[in-house]
Design a protein around this ligand. Structure first.
Ligand SMILES: Nc1nc2c(c(=O)[nH]1)N[C@H]1C(S)=C(S)[C@@H](COP(=O)(O)O)O[C@H]1N2
Ligand SMILES: [Mo]
Length: 510
């Protein structure tokens, strides 16, 4: 008699179900033990950390803030494919599929093991995942072979089908339960408690009237928290409670400091309005936003710890192991105004923006000065330590480049003939914007009207009117900052230290 052979479609289905079961069980175990121990998320995070800068840059450019969703979906497709392949390789005997199941399980285990924020207990999650995948694969394989051997096959076929449905449903429910359990840390209650502290802060100067030209199409001067751009490597947003938070300030210091959240907010609280920008922002891009942050002066804290001679970098680490290095020469400038922030626009930090505590450094791109979920600060040297993005080829110092952007008309817009308002945004944090010039169809540069200035660490809006004849038009802008620097026309890519070039918009007057 021939060796029984499972039909190809059924074999692929077995592999697929085994993958589902492994992911669901692993996610559930992680939800019960440690949310970040989920093998699926850990593999995703490992993929992010191993991704070369150019690919990351491509992902941000192509998918924007949806890049994480795209990664998770991509992984799902790859895993489904591997599962189907494992099944197809195992049409007569289960061994090839079993080997692949163990290999995938070990990979998940490694990804979890190398996460900085997962303890030993968390390793149970990939272990559960591995055994669920292996168990389901072997069991379904046996049932499918039984269908081949049985005569008649009706009862065996029924068992296989029922088992498959039960496994699919169980895997889905486990994944969902894991997701819900993983969110059980009550960040909202902790945020409510922090909200009560924020009014103690010395108020920031009021935003002057006329700080934006929102009516003409620029962003509002302050960005609502929900609209503030978000960039980070965290696949699952760290969920920390203020009560559990601690910051260690150590390294080349006279006195090591250990601060609880209560210790932190006993210090003088101040408000500062700051425009944050991402180095990955392309010319004309959206990764720039402004908020009034509430927090503690970081320089004061460093002076209290006592920076020892020779140190030139403050290396900070987030709860999920991301690292950042900020030049101490910048942080120690008497008027720089870097913060350990706890509030944003009068509210506690949203979880995605670093609750309970983040850094904000005026004038530096986020990757060198704005650590979210900060838990550690080490005074060190650039020679001794290379942070996350520096190891991936980005510039060490990260000063924000003077930039401007046309917001209205939008690219390829159609606008009625006559008087056309052109409006936009410019920024030169910590230096200040002095003028913005605009030119239409390569004509002469004309000076735009600037919105009133809040402070030199924030953006400024501009507007200007043109009388335009019907047809296609092209408008460009360039800012000059208070140092006298005129924004260069020369195009530079965002990698390694920020894009340059003039933003140019094509539109049609009808
Ligand atoms: N923990 C952590 N902090 C981080 C990052 C990160 O990946 N992890 N990304 C940085 C980058 S590149 C930027 S531009 C800012 C963005 O802050 P936002 O998301 O609040 O706008 O956060 C910075 N802080
Ligand atoms: Mo960034």
């Amino acid at each position: 008699m021939d060796t029984p052979r499972i039909p190809a479609a059924v074999a692929a289905l077995i592999g697929l179900l085994a993958v589902l079961a492994a992911l669901g069980a692993g996610h559930l175990a992680a939800g019960l033990l440690e949310p970040n121990a989920s093998p699926y998320l850990a593999v995703g995070n490992a993929a992010i950390d191993l991704t070369p800068a150019v690919v990351k840059d491509f992902a941000v450019r192509t998918f924007g803030t949806a890049d994480k969703l795209v990664l998770l979906l991509g992984m799902a497709v790859v895993l489904a494919g591997l599962g189907a392949l494992a099944g197809l390789l195992s049409r007569t005997r289960p061994l090839p599929g079993q080997v692949l199941a163990v290999a995938l399980g070990v990979l998940g285990g490694l990804a979890v093991y190398t996460r900085p924020d997962v303890g030993q207990l968390g390793l149970l999650a990939p272990a559960v995942s591995l055994f669920a995948g292996l168990g389901v694969f072997s069991w379904l394989h046996g049932r499918a072979l039984a269908v081949r051997a049985a005569e008649p096959a009706t009862e065996a076929r029924r068992r296989f089908l029922l088992g498959s449905v039960a496994i699919a449903a169980g895997a889905g429910l486990s994944g969902l339960a894991g997701q819900l359990l993983g969110r059980r840390v009550d960040v909202a209650a902790s945020q409510d408690a922090v909200a009560a502290v924020l009014p103690r802060a010395a108020k920031a100067p009021a935003i002057p009237p006329g700080a934006d030209f929102a009516a003409d199409g620029t962003p509002s001067f302050l960005t609502r928290n929900a609209d503030f751009y978000r960039i980070d490597t965290a696949l699952s947003v760290p969920r920390l409670r203020a009560e559990d938070w601690q910051l260690r300030v150590h390294g080349m210091v006279e006195r090591e400091l250990r601060l609880s959240f209560d210790d932190l907010v006993k210090r003088p609280l101040v408000e500062r309005t700051i425009t944050l920008t991402c180095v990955s922002n392309e010319v004309g891009g959206p990764y720039v936003s402004t908020a009034t942050f509430t927090g503690v002066d970081l320089r004061e804290l460093l002076l209290e710890a006592g920076v020892r001679p020779g140190a030139d970098q403050l290396a900070t680490t987030s709860s999920d192991g991301w690292t950042c290095g900020t030049p101490l020469s910048v942080l120690l400038e008497p008027d720089r105004g870097a913060l350990l922030a706890i509030g944003m626009n009068g509210e506690p930090l949203p979880a995605e923006h670093g609750f309970p505590v983040r850094m904000v450094t005026p004038g530096l791109y986020g990757y060198v000065g704005a650590t979210k979920w900060i838990t550690e600060a080490e005074v060190t040297t650039f020679a001794a330590f290379s942070p996350y993005w520096i190891r991936r080829g980005w510039g060490k110092l990260g000063p924000i480049k003077t930039q401007s952007r046309v917001d209205k008309p939008a690219g390829f817009a159609r606008v009625p003939a006559g008087r056309v308002v052109v409006a936009g945004t410019a920024w030169a944090q910590h230096t200040g914007v002095s003028t913005v010039e605009v030119r239409m169809d390569k004509g002469p540069w004309r000076e735009a009207t600037l919105s009133s200035e809040s402070n030199v660490d924030t953006w400024r809006m501009w507007r200007i009117e043109f009388d335009l004849a019907p047809g296609g038009h092209n408008v460009e802008c360039r800012a000059t900052d208070r140092s006298g620097y005129v924004q260069t026309a020369e195009r530079a890519e965002v990698l390694p230290d920020g894009a340059t070039g003039w933003h140019s918009i094509f539109f049609t007057v009808t």
